[in-house]
Design a protein around this ligand. Sequence first.
Ligand code: C2E
Ligand code: MG
Ligand code: MG
Length: 277
Amino acid sequence: LESHLHKAIERDELVLHYQPKVDVRGAKMVGVEALMRWRRNGVLVPPGDFIPMAEHTALIGPLTRHVLSTALAQVRTWIDAGRPLPIAINLSARNLHDEDFASQVAGLLAAHDVPADLLVLEVTESALTIDPERAQQMLKRLSALGVRISIDDFGAGYTSLGQLTKLPVSELKIDRSFVMTMAEDPGNAMIVQSVIDLGHNLGMTLVAEGVETEQSLTTLAGLTCDVAQGYHICRPIPADAFDVWCAERTLTVPRPARPSEASSSITAEASDGDLAR
Ligand code: C2E
Ligand code: MG
Ligand code: MG
């Protein structure tokens, strides 16, 4: 699998799908998360089937660089089209332990001419628990570049709360296991509420993952969550389908990437009831 995956990078078989992150209260697109798939013999292999293996080898380095480069090229295309969307990519623990990683990120941002604040790097709690000192140093270096840091799957791992206050984190993503069950499980609803309050008290933006129903979206708005991501809004889709999805909705892009690039508004009739907001 390792050697096949190596060839997959060279053959350009690793593709990114994009899933929007939207303001819980409606009409604003806050960003997009890039999620990797492997187009292997005509079948799309999900990341869970090959990333854990790659994470145990040095392959995760070139793999992450490939994702970063592809994602930044896509952002450049969106900026040129008047839609400067922040993009999030997922990191692995090994990336945080690679001494060169921050300079690689800086190099790729420059190569694609993308402002650093349009890049969000998502790290899971577990990535922070392996050698926390080193991870913390790397996050500080990345943050100093102007890149934003997000903690993914929050609540499912073991971040110490003390560590959370020391990290340059601007966003917390509440693990989807809590969000998807909060309607029927009062305990999980309480966890969602508490994480939102905790994150807000630390000055962070709160993102709920796994938003699969309108009811969930309404509950999250009531709990003052900031951003929603999930199948109810849109599944992860290829870039061309994502552009169509945007064109079919009235969504405002947050802010211009450069002073000269005016904030754009994408206006058109929504084609279905999913996010006709
Ligand atoms: P993640 O970063 O937490 O990404 C969210 C996952 O939840 C994605 O699964 C997405 O398709 C799925 N999802 C989104 N909305 C919903 C929903 O409403 N309901 C449900 N049930 N699921 C939803 P995916 O694409 O299979 O990715 C799984 C994980 O693989 C990601 O979790 C991330 O940890 C990892 N991953 C994906 N791409 C990359 C990558 O480029 N690099 C690294 N290192 N990891 C990646
Ligand atoms: Mg993620
Ligand atoms: Mg997640």
